[in-house]
Design a protein around this ligand. Structure first.
Ligand SMILES: [Zn+2]
Length: 229
């Protein structure tokens, strides 16, 4: 079992790195431990696309590494506190994906100008503004989880993004979609003109038609194949 979950976290990390969500050695993905002991989290010191199964650790809610080697990420409370607050969530991704970070820093709402943002909107993607510094304490992790609420993503303004899902495949695809959505919004604004976007009813319909579970899994499988491992 631990081999499977290490492999899963490794694949998710490499997908995110290949999707240019890596910020040098920063950014991390995790999956909930099926035994309830904490989160299986990428180890610190490596870039996302350098993550291998032996660079994945089991970290508990106090930050103790229960299994695995190497240094752990100081921002582990992002993962453990969201998992604690959201029983429906099985995985958490945190990256510094550039277009999404820029959009949030600009104070701009994410708008469904193409398909991708409909995965998230409605509701508006919440914005965590308590600090732009690292999430180093359980208290900050709890506050971040409270800002996330029941949403699928949260902007850590002037810092990064967090996406969640029932499993790591969904959370990873969500991170890829969030960045694509922000990028497409940037491109749309670049043309000037009179931008249009879907209203809430159409967004929800599109979410059901485009981003149903089977499609998300197919996207994940496609992203794994693209790694060319
Ligand atoms: Zn960060």
């Amino acid at each position: 079992m631990s081999d499977d979950i290490r492999e899963l976290v490794s694949l998710a990390s490499r997908i995110l790195g290949t999707a240019d969500q890596g910020d040098l050695i920063w950014g991390h993905a995790s999956a909930r431990d099926p035994g309830g002991r904490g989160a299986w989290l990428k180890a610190s010191g490596w870039s996302l696309d350098e993550t291998t199964p032996d660079r994945v650790q089991l970290v508990d809610e106090d930050g103790t590494v229960l299994d695995g080697d190497g240094p752990r990420h100081s921002e582990y409370p992002i993962h453990t506190e969201i998992l604690a607050a959201r029983p429906d969530v099985g995985a958490v991704v945190h990256t510094h994906s550039p277009y999404a970070v820029a959009l949030a820093a600009a104070g701009v709402e994410l708008l469904p100008v193409s398909h991708a943002a409909n995965y998230f909107v409605p509701p508006s993607v919440p914005r965590f503004t308590a600090t732009a510094d690292l999430i180093l304490t359980r208290e900050l992790g709890r506050r971040l989880a409270a800002t996330l609420g029941q949403a699928t993503a949260v902007f850590l303004v002037n810092h990064g993004v967090v996406t969640v899902g029932p499993d790591l495949r969904h959370a990873t695809v969500a991170a890829v979609l969030l960045e694509r959505a922000a990028h497409q919004q940037w491109l749309t604004r670049g043309f000037g003109g009179w931008p249009t976007w879907s209203g809430p009813e159409e967004s929800l319909a599109k979410r059901g038609h485009i981003y149903h579970d089977q499609a998300v899994i197919q996207v994940w499988d496609h992203l794994v194949r693209r790694l060319g491992l």
